[in-house]
Design a protein around this ligand. Structure first.
Ligand code: AMP
Length: 447
């Protein structure tokens, strides 16, 4: 029965110590996207299997090997979403959002599921934050999405991330390039891995993605897509770069980026983190797609978007020592002795909570000593002890756990105001102390 107490392979629990980091990360990303006009959409965890096989592309690893697909009790084939783009496109079509004012800008923050070999940052359930911009074929849209990708890393304080961009051209450029790739790789049929031999027949671009060192070496000498772009695609790619340069957004042109999914045309990009030891980690990527909406039955509509893996972003932030907001702890713990005091403690804690304080009282029937130990453990900033004497007097002591200082507090309608004033007084005193330590002149903060 050991499996009852261990999570399925490739999944991960996020424990209460870690959730503040996740909440901060997700909130920051969604708010940053909002500044660019992207509004959040929430989509189902599973969709009809065909949605992914048609949109992600059935020659991709994601569709061929990694999907969590099952037949439900109604005999329908459904799949846990391996990515967000297909679901968002389906929802935009279903709800007629593409007929409204364009461009349509959508953000999402979701879990994704891929049956991959877990390890080195790969999970079977993981989190993606992403955006999609629909309705603009202009390079202005590409630069807007790239600017947002860059800004996301800036606001999180991540230093060593670079945008690497490439153009995959239009289907015409792709056709000519695919032929050129076939001609090139055909010379190396004897050396390529067996997966790449299959890829060569289905989609030669995918060979450029292979991780095997020998295939990588061969791929390094392959022709570059940039030599096969038509004039329109060349001009588009140039304008994307000109706009990024104008906005002082650093980027690198990297002709080997082909991205794992079939639906991309023209601009594709990756967000690559380089650690001090030189190790590169792709933590996000995206690109422009032309055929997706049409493939799903809509009018031809251009889209461009990106997704980033939040597990990777978090581990990069941790490695770089990025700042996270301090964790909120209990403001006031109200300890009590005896049944009547217990009820009063509950009543006052509830009052404080309705005023927005973090407040707790005893739920275990423990001794005052044990309650104080607990208050210490949860990092309570202030404690109040209630017993019969305090109830009779209608007054208790509000004690600072930091410096041990106490102030009287009436257990009446003025209670939460006194808590507020005491916390503020102490905060000012701390501020003044810190200012004095820094040699700053004293100031009157009490306006
Ligand atoms: P993709 O949709 O494959 O372009 O992936 C976008 C980003 O999601 C990647 O750059 C990773 O950061 C992240 N990602 C993809 N697959 C996984 C996985 N199995 N586990 C964790 N993160 C993943």
């Amino acid at each position: 029965m050991a499996y009852l107490t261990s999570a399925p392979r490739g999944t991960k629990d996020i424990l209460p110590e870690e959730t503040p980091k996740w909440q901060y990360l997700e909130k920051t990303l969604l708010e940053t996207a909002e500044l660019f006009g992207f509004r959040e959409m929430r989509i189902p965890t599973f969709e009809h299997t065909e949605l992914f096989s048609r949109s992600v592309g059935d020659t991709t690893d994601v569709v061929q090997k990694e999907m969590y697909t099952f037949t439900d009790k109604g005999d329908r084939s459904v799949t846990l979403r391996p990515e967000g783009t297909a679901g968002v496109a389906r929802a935009a079509l279903e709800h007629g959002l593409l007929g409204d004012a364009l461009p349509l800008k959508i953000s999402y923050d979701i879990t994704c599921f891929r049956y991959e070999k877990p390890g080195s940052g790969r999970y079977r359930e993981f989190h993606q934050f992403g955006v999609e911009l629909y309705g603009s074929p202009s390079p202005a849209a590409d630069s807007e999405v790239l600017a947002l990708a860059y800004e996301c890393f800036q606001v999180l304080g991540i230093q060593n991330v670079a945008l690497e961009i490439n153009s995959l051209g239009c289907p015409e450029c792709r056709k000519r390039y695919t032929q050129a790739l076939l001609d090139y790789f055909n010379q190396y049929r004897g050396s390529l891995c067996s997966t790449c031999l299959e890829r060569l027949d289905r989609n030669p671009l995918r060979v450029l993605d292979c991780k095997s060192p020998e295939d990588k070496r061969i791929a390094a000498g392959a022709p570059s897509i940039l030599e096969y772009l038509c004039d329109g695609c060349k001009a588009h790619f140039q304008e994307v770069q000109d706009r990024l340069t104008a906005a002082e957004i650093p980027f690198r042109v990297e002709p080997t980026i082909v991205r794992g999914l079939d639906y991309y045309t023209r601009t594709v990009f990756e967000m690559v983190h380089t650690a001090p030891d030189g190790e590169r980690l792709v933590c996000g990527g995206g690109g422009r797609y032309g055929g997706l909406i049409e493939e799903l039955g809509g009018n031809p509509t251009e889209g461009i978007g990106f997704a980033m893996g939040l597990e990777r972003v978090l581990s990069i932030m941790t490695a770089e020592g990025c700042d996270f907001p301090p964790e909120q702890t209990c403001d006031v713990y109200i300890a009590s002795m005896g049944a009547a005091a217990g009820v009063k403690a509950f009543q006052l804690a509830n009052l404080l909570r309705s005023e927005g304080f973090f407040a707790q009282s005893d739920l275990m029937g423990r001794s005052v000593k044990a309650q104080m130990k607990y208050a210490n453990k949860i990092g309570a900033k202030y404690v109040i002890v209630l017993g019969d004497t305090e109830l009779e007097k209608g007054e208790a002591q509000l004690k600072s756990m930091r410096n041990g200082g106490t102030s009287p507090i009436k257990l009446d309608a003025s209670f939460s105001d006194t808590v507020y004033e005491t916390i503020m007084e102490n905060a000012y005193a701390d501020l003044e102390e810190a200012a004095a330590e820094l040699g700053l002149p004293p100031q009157d903060h009490r306006h």
